[in-house]
Design a protein around this ligand. Structure first.
Ligand code: MG
Length: 463
């Protein structure tokens, strides 16, 4: 189904289909209007927005539409060119801009593109801000500046340099450089193509770079999951590399291949980063509801704990701020190091994994083997929006008498049990429900999914 997908984290659609220049410009006018309203009272000061894009061929077209909307509403634009999402977030904060806009569809195929709007801190919009943006957009009541107050556009090409510098400050570069690691990097022709080799060079690595041309015609589907990374696995074996790293198109997510050319699973990116960080600093960690409990085990062995947040990067970051977490992230390969930038960042994840290898002298497969292994099972099925609350309530009742059961209903329902956990959640953008479970083996995880599915089926049948 070709439709515009609008959520808290931004908007996505197809190029030549739902994501037209007009749609992009209206979003930008709405964002500009919101910032101008926030600035009221501070006379003479125009808000500033940092604007970046990934490498998709549709990027320049959308960039022009977004810049037009921002300038028209009296917002100054700092064009960063092709940058990663964490790079744009870093620059939003560094330049003390009022917000950021990134043109990317992240891990979606090339026919898609999208926009993500950032707060002044660099983090994605909070739910209330996204709600206000949607209101302004649908009302069409945009602030349109007169000639004197139109926005002014400038460019800035410092993103990559400042990003690499910030990541290098968070690690012991010399310890990594001494090892002269051989690594294979797959940037999937995306926004990570230019900046990531700069980081790896600073870390003294010898790099074989796959899909290194930043033209946005992705050599494989850009989601860094196992079926898409066969080439990377083979290259790691061929080069006898210490690690293989795969980024998505906007380089916020990272997946890892071990020295044997084995895809270790995207849940391990955050787990390894957490294990590394807790060797050096003690404190709370944050993760969303459906991140593997590997992170709980890692935290427990360091006498620390994990705060769970509703799904969505901005929610994880909000929980990190509230609970003063030292790091956080999401299971799909997203590591958030607030010392560098308060969004997921594949560059930080790479640097942490390399320092972890350097200081332990162990291989990736050895480090992975130290972390308790779980199996995650997922399913999704049609669920009318009106039935979702009933399913959640019925699932809670069904598990209420289970020994050791703990419930978290802040985002769908997560049930923690001694043998594993299961989470049921209705999608915000489609009439479907997802059930995700994790346990020590596939049979137990499958049983948890089936139990909740049975409850859901009976509620949906009766609704
Ligand atoms: Mg992404």
């Amino acid at each position: 189904m070709d439709r515009l997908m609008v959520s808290v984290s931004g908007v996505r659609g197809t190029v030549g289909g739902t994501l037209t220049p007009e749609v992009a410009c209206r979003f930008a006018c709405a964002f500009g209007t919101m910032l101008v309203r926030n600035r009221r009272g501070r006379r003479g000061k125009r808000p500033t927005v940092v604007l970046g894009r990934d490498t998709r061929p549709s990027g320049p077209m959308l960039r022009n539409a977004v810049a037009a909307g921002l300038l028209a509403s009296g917002v100054n634009v700092v064009d960063l060119g092709v940058v990663t999402t964490p790079g744009a977030a870093l620059m939003t904060a560094r330049l003390r801009a009022d917000g950021g806009a990134v043109i990317t569809a992240s891990h979606n195929p090339a026919e898609y593109n999208g926009m993500k709007f950032l707060q002044s801190t660099g983090t994605g919009l909070a739910a209330d801000q996204a709600g206000r943006l949607a209101e302004i957009r649908s009302s069409g009541e945009f602030f349109l500046a007169d000639t004197e107050r139109l926005g002014v556009e400038t460019t800035n090409s410092d993103t990559h340099r400042l990003h690499v510098q910030a990541v290098c400050r968070a690690v012991d570069c010399r310890a990594v450089v001494r090892r002269r690691f051989k690594v294979v990097l797959d940037s999937v022709n995306g926004a990570g193509c230019a900046v990531t080799p700069m980081l790896l060079k600073r870390l003294g690595c010898r790099v074989a770079h796959l899909n290194a041309q930043p033209h946005g015609r992705f050599a494989h589907p850009p989601e860094p999951i196992e079926p898409n990374l066969k080439g990377l696995c083979a290259a790691v074996r061929r080069h006898k590399a210490a690690a293989g790293f795969a980024q998505d198109a906007d380089a916020d997510r990272l997946a890892i291949v071990d020295e044997n050319g084995r895809f270790i699973g995207e849940e391990y990116t955050l787990a390894l980063a957490a294990a590394f960080v807790l060797r050096h600093r003690k404190g709370k960690l944050a993760a969303n509801m459906v991140t593997s409990r590997m992170i709980d085990d890692i935290a427990r062995s360091a006498d620390c704990r994990v705060v769970r947040a509703p799904t969505g990067e901005a929610n994880v970051v909000a929980a990190m701020r509230k609970h003063k977490c030292i790091m956080g992230g999401e299971g799909g390969g997203g590591v958030i190091e607030p010392k560098v930038v308060p969004v997921r960042d594949s560059l930080v994840a790479i640097a942490y994994v390399l320092q972890y290898l350097a200081e332990t002298g162990k291989s990736l497969s050895e480090l992975v083997a130290e972390i308790p292994r779980y199996v995650m099972m997922k399913t999704k099925f049609p669920c009318p929006p009106g039935a979702a609350a009933g399913v959640i309530a019925a699932a809670q009742r069904a598990f209420a008498s289970r020994a050791g059961a703990r419930f978290d209903a802040s985002d769908g329902l997560r049930i923690d049990l001694p043998e594993g956990w299961v989470c049921a959640r209705a999608s915000n953008t489609e009439p479907i429900m997802r059930i995700i479970a994790e346990a020590a083996d596939a049979e137990s995880a499958g049983r948890l999914v089936a139990e909740v599915r049975r409850v859901a089926d009976s509620v949906i049948a009766g609704s």
